[in-house]
Design a protein around this ligand. Structure first.
Ligand SMILES: [Zn+2]
Ligand SMILES: [Zn+2]
Length: 395
């Protein structure tokens, strides 16, 4: 008898008695079930044997006032349904929820994200104290660390540069509080599955060996719900929402993952909680680009400005600055405004990198055309001598 069994099995349903049944009632019912299913009376009947074993196990707990109280407490604390469903799925997280539905609010789907938040913040602590020293449970499965959870958030360009705190809403399956996870309408009880007598598994004989498999009648749950809980429609689980305020540090970059230690799924049996990883996507800005801690900006200038030199007013994320474009600046040259890039948390700042691009006019006025022709008469060659020499040799 382990504590894990206590969470997985509904002993009242196994015996077919009400939760409020007196100890006399329990004793009477047990005797009747034991008599009917006793192996001496049912030689070779494995179903009867299972039933007999299950009833004895249930009676062992329910007949002892102290054990019964502990059992009731534990099941009301953790919700029996959740754990039985986990057992059926063969591992944690067995809720019938679509994983893509787990995250909301901040955009982005999370394929395969294993989010499951059982019972809030104190969950693992409660679990740990109840099971400490319970040799059976520890022997079977020690403390398990909760799973890591992934979420995604899209930040504005300027929020990513300056840092921002945003509420992140996570949706995850939890136990239905209306029915405490057993899926039955309040006032009604799930009844023991007649096929497996509450065991959740049936044993089949095949030649010289036998094997166990989940009961098909009850899908391995062990009980059957006749009147479904209106809150969870009989599933025993509901979607719970929790909101975390997440601080995104200044300079957070597109594609970066923020780790929030211990904010993932709670651990089992006193194990530590998993981590929450938030994948950051940064929206593009109309003007600025980013290259690490540097901001980038492309500014068009005229040929005259490049040739004669000019003072260029450019925006930064924090006011405007003036950059000197020296006379004779070629197209594509990058000028640097020191410290006008991304300011990180440690106070270090990147630069603003301004790349000038010479615009060639396509729609010339007569005056402009005349001025350019005059300019062309006076300008030195573009320096194509080497190219021209090769043209002469190859023709
Ligand atoms: Zn419910
Ligand atoms: Zn069954």
């Amino acid at each position: 008898m382990s504590s894990k069994d206590w969470l997985e099995k509904d002993f009242y349903a196994v015996l077919g008695v009400d939760k409020a049944a007196s100890s006399d009632e329990i004793k009477k019912t047990y005797r009747k079930v034991a008599r009917e299913s006793h192996p001496d009376r049912n030689p070779g009947n494995t179903q009867a044997e299972e039933r007999f074993k299950a009833a004895s196990e249930a009676y062992d707990v329910l007949s002892d006032d102290r054990k019964r109280r502990e059992y009731d407490e534990m099941r009301s604390l953790f919700g029996s349904g959740a754990f039985r469903r986990n057992a059926r799925a063969g591992g944690p997280g067995g809720f019938p929820f679509d994983p893509s539905d787990l995250f909301g609010g901040m955009g982005g789907q999370q394929p395969g994200a294993g989010a499951r938040f059982g019972g809030g913040a104190g969950f693992s602590d409660l679990f740990g104290s109840i099971f400490s020293g319970g040799g059976g449970a520890a022997g079977r499965r020690g403390p398990t660390r909760g799973r890591d959870v992934e979420a995604e958030v899209v930040l504005d360009f300027s929020d990513a540069v300056h840092g921002v705190t945003l509420p992140l809403t996570l949706r995850a399956p939890g136990v239905c509080e209306t029915c405490h996870g057993n899926g039955a309408k309040p006032g009604s009880q799930p009844r023991a599955c007649p096929q497996c007598h509450g065991a959740g598994v049936v044993t089949r004989d095949q030649g010289s060996f036998s094997f166990s498999e989940p009961c098909r009648e009850c899908q391995g749950v062990g009980t059957i719900v006749d009147e479904k809980c209106p809150e969870c429609r009989g599933s025993g689980g509901v979607t719970k929402t929790r909101t975390l305020n997440v601080r995104f540090p200044a300079g957070v970059a597109d594609g970066q993952r923020i780790r929030l230690a211990g904010r993932g799924e709670p651990g089992d049996r006193g194990g530590p909680a998993g981590d929450l990883f938030v994948l950051v996507k940064v929206r593009a800005d109309d003007l600025f680009g980013r290259s690490g801690d540097n901001l980038t900006l492309t500014v068009p200038i005229t040929f005259a400005e490049a040739a004669l030199g000019t003072d260029l007013r450019v925006p930064t994320l924090d006011g405007a600055v003036t950059l000197r474009v020296p006379a004779g600046t070629p197209s594509g040259r990058t000028l640097r405004a020191r410290g006008k890039g991304v300011v990180r948390r440690d106070g270090q700042a990147g630069d603003l990198l301004v790349t000038v691009e010479i615009m060639v006019p396509t729609d010339l006025s007569d005056e402009a055309r005349k001025a350019l022709e005059t300019f062309a008469d006076h300008t030195p060659s573009a320096g194509r001598e080497q190219i021209e020499a090769r043209v002469r040799r190859s023709s």
